[in-house]
Ligand binder design. Sequence first.
Ligand code: HEM
Length: 419
Amino acid sequence: MSSTWFNTLGIQEAQLAANVRPTFSILSLAVASTVLLLGVALQRADSQFERAHGCGTPRPLQYKWPFALDLVIDAFRIIAEKQALQWFVQIFERTGPTFEQNVLGVKGIDTVEPDNLESILSTQFSDKLLGSGFDSQAQNVDPTFAPLLGDGIFTQEAAPWKHSRDMLRPLFSLNRANIFTQVEEHTEYLGKLASLRLFESFLDALIQQTRDPKVLRDQLLNVMLAGRDTTARCLTWTFRLLAQHPHVLAKLRQEIGSVVGLGTGSRLPDRNDLKRMKYLNPVFKEVLRLYPSVSINSRTALEATTLPTGGGPDGTKPVMIRKGEAVGYSVYVMHRLKKLYGEDAASFRPERWDPDMKNAVDLKNIGWGYLPFNGGPRICLGQEFALLEAGFVVVRILQKFRSFELGSKDKDVVAGTEN
Ligand code: HEM
């Protein structure tokens, strides 16, 4: 007879067979039938909801093994190779712009349809779909990010978020007298001291609103996190793409030369100069199209709701989102859709944004198909500030350097497969 942990407690298996197993069987039967009944009831409620809202079933994410284990294994490998974003592009190309995933038993919807993004970020904002789906009535902050970021604009939802947004908005007003000087100093010296001065300037403005040290610390940390790596990523990609596209670099330098001059003795640009540089803006637009700093994101349903498109055999019907289900969206993938940007969607071509040029695809009404700074009430607070800072940096560096090139190991890397 094999030894079990029951033996160690001095209970004989025969006794167990006689007394425990029937009770256990009845219990498990009761639990199983309750779960089954609940499942059927939920399924029926879902079907009723779907019928009432004219929803269609979204396409399923394709996988070969149960629970999508093959995809999970692929994901580990692809993340290690730092090719996750390209992998997402391929998955959406294969499956379609909206699909349902059921990975390891967890269901969710993924989409890159502009209409759905408008619904997620604007029409249904704070009503049905929120950041991390935590219960903002019961808890004030997102429990996942709170240990890192405290109680600030990024981790909050609903009323506390609104309060933070109202409090922080004035800090970003470009009319604040000294903000451009700080950007200048920051860029000219790119040193610790200048960064500290910029930080101090934010702190000064925030102190006008509150003196609570925890609020000051948490909000500053949130703003620093929001503004640092995002702008750094934008600048990194700008210089890389300029090095790979010398004709764009030459055109930009020519513009800079005609507005503020090039080389030693050239003057610093001010805000109006940057506005007058008509090519600088499309260059950043194109950089942030191909390499948006926030490439993937998600929202969670507070109650059952729908997205306008992606259901049914041709993907044109609304799609149901169950309560608690996450909706993932990838601006990176959306910005590379040929349906939106044409056959050359993967190419870096700032001219595609020029309204005076004849382009195969007119991007005047791209709307929710272009979202590097997000959209709706939670749109990036630092958008203008970031473009001003990045513009200043690019102009100053291009005034000093005629050209630059990629390191030898980077030269042959195909766009989109960089790691
Ligand atoms: C190129 C640079 C930047 C990009 C691409 C960018 C992009 C974004 C995006 C996509 C979001 C939305 C995140 C979400 O809701 O899930 C966001 C939010 C935010 N950004 Fe930026 N950002 C940039 C620079 C900055 C800078 C420089 C600052 C401040 C100094 C800043 C401050 C914020 C704040 C405070 C939020 C939160 C807004 C809210 O939740 O209401 N960002 N940004």
